[in-house]
Write a protein that binds this ligand. Sequence first.
Ligand SMILES: NC(=O)c1ccc[n+]([C@@H]2O[C@H](COP(=O)([O-])OP(=O)(O)OC[C@H]3O[C@@H](n4cnc5c(N)ncnc54)[C@H](OP(=O)(O)O)[C@@H]3O)[C@@H](O)[C@H]2O)c1
Ligand code: SF4
Ligand code: SF4
Length: 379
Amino acid sequence: MEYRAIKVQNKEENVSLLGFGCMRFPTLENGEIDKVQSKEMMLHALENGVNYIDTAYPYHGGKSELFVREVIQDLDRDSFFLADKLPIWDCKTKDDVDRIFHEQLDKCGVTYFDFYLIHAVNKGRIQQIKDLDLLNTLEKYRDEGKIRNIGFSFHDDLETFKKWVDLYDWDFVQIQLNYMDINHQQGMEGYDILTEKGIPVIIMEPVKGGSLVRFNPVIETQFKERDKDASIASWAFRWVGSLPNVKVILSGMSNLEQVQDNLNTFTNFKPLSEEEQSFMAHIREDILHLSKVDCTSCNYCMPCPHGVDIPGNFRIFNHHSMYKNDGYVHWRVGELTKKDAFADQCINCGECIEKCPQHIDIPTDLERFQDYLKENGLK
Ligand SMILES: NC(=O)c1ccc[n+]([C@@H]2O[C@H](COP(=O)([O-])OP(=O)(O)OC[C@H]3O[C@@H](n4cnc5c(N)ncnc54)[C@H](OP(=O)(O)O)[C@@H]3O)[C@@H](O)[C@H]2O)c1
Ligand code: SF4
Ligand code: SF4
């Protein structure tokens, strides 16, 4: 297992580069965590060198923390690092913070968190944490030995990211980063800012929530011709693990094969060579070329008088063409249909066409999208 050094409350510790994300355990038919399988997966990872566990209050409908407790209760507390996150959206008062934080310690059956994050922050949360005097409260918990490192996890744009970074002297920050998201949310620029400031980085969504593990055959063939034994997922992990300031890469593994595959990648971890870096840059371009509509989601065409979510439909079209993620597309199409915003609501009135700066023939492409879904058995 590859380990990386990180300061945890001023003490140099070695965290495993592969972290166990506790958001995507396998589930039973009734939606509950499949505890037998999930425990086997976690113990297998821990026995093979993983020492970083990442859970959160809302994962698995509030049951992830309780399940993590079942797995870690027999382990030596010094043998792993536990990360948990404050659901800031549930905190209206200081009392809410105190109640939820202590409930989390109880649910996990621990007396302290090694890494504690303000969960999924964005623009709107800056004023909220000031109003709650949250950073002082977290420092108090740290002084009391209930938290070792303080950080945040982020989902918003670069400008907002800069503001969050400047708010406090963070011990670490968790960002979404993978080879397709270098310009998405805070992107690579966000990583560079953290690195310049000496703030260690934890990565989430390294395979874009499962999108970077299966592709159109054009892309899959390139990966397999390059190395027939390497899993496609391993390329994404190696890409992000090649960044030196990345200390932990969280993977939300959902079966034992994925755990084993990722252990293979992170045991004797090989950063990408220069040549492999340019291979990945080409792959990225090829994936982007698979996009079906040059829609930039600018929204100039909106609102459609007949309720169609034009950019929303095109995003799904492009997403499936690039990533072949059937489950995601099924769900998104269902959501649009429920809101009467799916492409089939278009009556071809043509009102949107001249508003589009990309000169997209919107009604024609909405029809193309519907034909594509039918051809792929998705509608
Ligand atoms: N703080 C936040 O705001 C936040 C947000 C998101 C995530 N997180 C944390 O970060 C962790 C990682 O994020 P994530 O789970 O979204 O990211 P991810 O690792 O990019 O995606 C997880 C999915 O990738 C697929 N996968 C992983 N390894 C694979 C392999 N070797 N072969 C094939 N497929 C593989 C699985 O997809 P299938 O299930 O489709 O097979 C799995 O469910 C989460 O579990 C969570 O702990 C935090
Ligand atoms: S052409 Fe279709 S998508 Fe465009 S405004 Fe008319 S109904 Fe809406
Ligand atoms: S105006 Fe054109 S580019 Fe902008 S969201 Fe609409 S379709 Fe996409």
